[in-house]
Design a protein around this ligand. Sequence first.
Ligand code: HEC
Length: 101
Amino acid sequence: MKTILFLLTFIALNAQATPFSDGNAKRGGELFEKYQCSSCHEARVGGDGSAIFTRADRTVHSADDLIVQMQRCSGAIGKQLTSQEKQDLAAWLNQRYYHFK
Ligand code: HEC
């Protein structure tokens, strides 16, 4: 019995291990292009804009922050991301820059 409980706990914890596990990172990268997410970021930090995700004083410190900030950004250009798009974009950004567990 103890072994079964241990296994169930183990499986449950693992299922939680990756944020945005419903997201498709490849699709996220395509959406990032489609919505020209870098346009403002480039103007702000230069280069290809990706430094906005790695700067020392970045605003995103958790998986939840990431979703909130993407909503803010897409709202600024009048786009309403679907929840699947948010998962996809977040999966991609997390894989490349944030590495939240
Ligand atoms: C209208 C301009 C604009 C567009 C378009 C835009 N962003 Fe942003 N984004 C910003 C600004 C400005 C900041 C910095 C906010 C700050 O410093 O608090 C930012 C910051 C971010 C951050 C947080 C970086 C950090 O500090 O950790 C993420 C994540 C992000 N944007 C994602 C996106 C995604 C995804 C898209 C495309 C759907 C997008 N942005 C489109 C203006 C924009």
